[in-house]
Write a protein that binds this ligand. Sequence first.
Ligand code: EPZ
Length: 424
Amino acid sequence: MDRIVVEGGHRLNGRIAISGAKNSALKLMAAALLTDEKLVLTQMPRLADTRFLAHLLARLGMSVEEGPGAQMQLHAAEIAETYAPYDLVRKMRASFNVLGPLVAREGRAKVSLPGGCAIGARPVDLHLKGLEALGAQIELSEGYVTATAPKGGLIGGEVDLPFASVGATEHIMMAAALARGETVIDNAAREPEIADLADMLTEMGALVEGAGSSTIRIQGAERLHGGTHAVVADRIETATYALAIAAAGGDTMLEGARWEHNKVLWRAMMDAGVTVEPVEGGVRVARNGSHIKGTDIETQPYPGFPTDAQAQFMALMTLAEGTSVIRETIFENRFMHAPELARLGADITVHGNEAVVRGVDRLKGAPVMATDLRASVSLVIAGLAAEGETVVNRVYHLDRGFERLESKLANCGAKIVRETESAD
Ligand code: EPZ
């Protein structure tokens, strides 16, 4: 099992190219099930999660090929299978999003429930509520969901989400794109990944309006077609490298980063004393000698502070002057990085969904254990700023969502290597 070894204390200077967003790419790939024509995704990140979903889609009958550069070609001329087994859904929650496209296209599908995960229970009740509003009959049995469309296919409907769930909004949009008539989603999630999916579904022949606002209207099409779509830049990868530069010090340009997708993070970083500014073709982040100031944050659905950048922000705050309070409101168990950061000398007290971080003068490298994707990368950030060597074990979590992390950081001056060991 691989581990990452970081020697701290080196500034990050240069440029880092931001990849396409994992959390958009996974939904765009699932949406390729909606058409019998070829769909080409460009700016595709190469990640364990996209490979994993490609494997499931291939089982369902799709041809999936990685093209030149960051391209992926998906072609589901025919659906061979409408069943997604436990093993392929349990390991990655986004796999559950094949249910809607399959039932929209084939009239029926059986998909395993994803189950909980390390960061929280993460039910799918809102996804199912949405499919029911489109006329699907839902049956839950032995850990599987079977969804059946009425004769003649799904029918547009109205869904008012009690919580602006990202996954549920995307799932309903995909199914609605092949439903008859109009679907309205109220209290829809507003993340940039939703707008990306809306753009692609519109390019495929549905009409999606209002993505990015709380009300989305989808006019379904009888048939969707293929096309070419560029995946939106990853705002969480952007946030991660921005916070790494802030923690390690240096001056780096994040190429392709979208300033407008991380406004609340930029505000918090400026409050913390970091220089961040939009520049032609990306975002510049710099901290040269200035102290980091304790800054409070609370995670919220977009456009609020992203839960997926909370661990990385905490890593920065461990070195701040003063105290910062970090509240997590999206997931019930997303502070697993706190005890690992403490191994490097951080002073963090967790009470329920609130973490109080008292800044320390210095962190010291130590062996640590990655527990989930964003927690893992927060340990790398802390390691970049710590004295001495930090060894991050179980980096398979990192590989799920960060493309060439070590080389992107090493190109800017970080001392970071991957080591492969035979046992965990
Ligand atoms: C997406 O998860 C992302 N994953 C997550 O990123 C991200 O943290 C999350 O959105 C919030 O931004 C993907 O896009 C693949 P939600 P998702 O539905 O869609 C509850 C990462 O690190 N809920 O908005 O699952 C749920 O339990 C990952 O890249 C229900 O109660 O998020 C959670 O508390 C982690 N019932 C809250 O809503 C439902 O049916 C937010 O979940 C659905 C969700």
